[in-house]
Design a binder for this molecule. Structure first.
Ligand code: AN7
Length: 357
């Protein structure tokens, strides 16, 4: 083993675990924060509600608090291997947080374009503290992505949005983990859809697992956009997408075809959930101990919508992907909960306030 291989031998992370299934080789310098290997949690509450077996792939437990880290470890490692010293992305927040962290780890420059006023504070904090050059543009995510692609074409800077094929490769590892944990593919796989990179990646992961003989059946891929930002559902670009789930406030997804292919080939679908349904699922997940960000609740909101319409088969095995952590955007938790009462610093009034007196 050479020196580099020895250094990497102690590392975990998705490149090490799935080396033979990723576009990496012995010369790839592995930039990792030990991402991946996230829990698949059984939801007793949703299982009972939907009369099915519902599992939650809790990908908010990645190093920077979202699924983006699975793709970013591969994208940044390959950028370094190819001699790049600077990366660029457009982001609704999580991609920038992840790019900033992995670029910092690699000693690379990271520039990010964010839509002004629509990035959760926690995500902005991450990009800033990891030393990214953050630029807010007077425009939305779709405009920021267009500009980033244009700049990466004409300048020596590597684009690390999910249009970078290494991102999709890294993110497919979540599907590998699910089939390892279940010993099979789920009957239905539900998840949020924004730029549609992740649903493209999961479908690739499942089809590769199928080709390798790890699973016999493929899941139906069911993606969920927010009602005010549902271009794939309506079949039309949304010029001014609107939703409280800022992570998926995207009107012209870069991997549009990847999403429609996954849905079509798997016998699934792409649907939409209203902001109200997203909020209800956000609160329902929190009520069983799992704090997600709003966008991450879209898949569960979709599950509950399907159940209400009688579209869930009794006893089906279902996986919902939870894509990002609630601590990134705690304002919503505070705003939607009752304000803590303020009482004197004495046991009596406290007990009375708790109805325990
Ligand atoms: C929590 O960070 O697009 O369909 O720039 O942060 O692969 O885009 C984030 C997307 C779902 C949608 N859940 O995934 C970005 C960005 C969370 C997200 C999505 C995002 P894609």
């Amino acid at each position: 083993m050479n020196e580099r291989a020895l250094a990497v031998a102690g590392a975990r992370g998705v490149i090490k675990r799935y080396f033979d299934h990723l576009p990496v080789g012995p010369a790839t310098p592995i930039v990792t924060l030990d991402e991946g290997d996230t829990p698949l949690i059984y939801s007793a509450r949703l299982s009972e509600e939907c009369d099915a077996d519902v599992w939650l792939k809790w990908d908010g437990l990645n190093p920077t608090g979202s699924f983006k880290d699975r793709g970013m470890t591969v994208a940044i490692s390959k950028a370094l291997e190819e001699g790049s010293n600077a990366v660029l992305c457009a982001s609704t927040g999580n991609t920038s947080a992840s790019a900033a962290a992995y670029a910092a780890r690699a000693g690379m420059i990271c520039a990010v374009l964010i839509p002004s006023g629509n990035v959760a504070l926690g995500k902005l904090a991450q990009a800033l503290i990891h030393g990214a050059r953050v630029i807010e543009i007077d425009g939305n995510f779709d405009e920021a992505l267009g500009l980033s692609q244009e700049m990466a074409r004409s300048h020596p800077i590597t684009l690390v949005n999910s249009v970078n094929p290494y991102r999709i490769e890294g993110q497919k590892t979540a599907a590998f983990e699910i089939v390892e944990a279940l010993g099979r593919a789920p009957d239905m796989h539900l998840m949020p859809v924004g730029n549609a990179g992740n649903i493209t990646a999961y479908w690739r992961g499942y089809t590769e697992a199928h080709a390798a003989g790890w699973i016999r059946e493929l899941p139906a891929m069911i993606g969920w956009q927010a009602g005010g930002a549902a271009p794939i559902v309506t079949g039309k670009v949304v010029k001014d997408p609107k939703t409280i789930a800022t992570a998926i406030r995207i009107g012209n997804p870069a991997s549009w075809n990847g999403a429609t292919e996954a849905a079509r080939l798997s016998g699934g679908s792409i649907g939409s959930v209203r902001d109200k349904e997203i909020l209800e699922s956000y609160r329902s997940l929190a009520a069983e101990g799992i704090f997600v960000e709003l966008a991450a609740a879209a898949g569960v909101a979709g599950l509950r919508q399907m159940h209400a319409q009688g579209r869930i088969q009794h006893g089906a095995t279902i996986v919902c992907v939870l894509t990002g952590h609630g601590l990134k955007d705690p304002d919503w938790a505070v705003a939607t909960a009752p304000r803590p009462p303020r009482v004197a610093a004495e046991a009596g009034p406290i007990l009375r306030s708790l109805d325990l007196a």
